[in-house]
Write a protein that binds this ligand. Sequence first.
Ligand code: HEC
Length: 141
Amino acid sequence: MKFVSLTIKTIGLAAAIAGFTASVNAANETAADRTKPIGEVCMAGDPCAAAAVASAGTGEARSGEQVYSTKCFTCHATGAAGAPKLGDAAAWAARLSERGEDGMYQSAIKGFKAMPAKGLCMDCSDEEIKGAVDHILANSK
Ligand code: HEC
């Protein structure tokens, strides 16, 4: 009987060690996930790594296309939340005829219904936002 109980204890200890090792591995994986380069984490929808680099760099204004493709496209490429899609000429023509180009700029800068102010690009200047609007409009005719 003593032998059996010793074996059970040994198995128990082995299981505990195995469990510990597994949880250490899990912890390592989480740490690895957390320390993934920004580019990998952001890549799915938003090349935010590129945006961060662009704005941290020389301080030069980003082009309309850069702002669009890092900030606006998450909604305006997919139509998320009812956003008019880039390339949808009819949708943009209707908005333009109601509010004009200046109205588009104002909506983009200040927000408009489900459109968040500056498309959530809080470090974008008004000029950069206007450039992004121009980029959208130029590609939606
Ligand atoms: C979180 C999603 C989201 C992001 C990001 C976003 N938009 Fe929008 N945008 C919308 C939605 C939704 C609408 C439609 C609002 C409505 O009419 O209800 C809209 C509408 C607009 C309009 C038309 C406004 C009008 O007066 O009709 C412009 C211009 C615009 N967005 C520009 C931009 C620009 C430029 C960016 C990037 C800097 C951007 N958006 C980023 C969701 C977004």
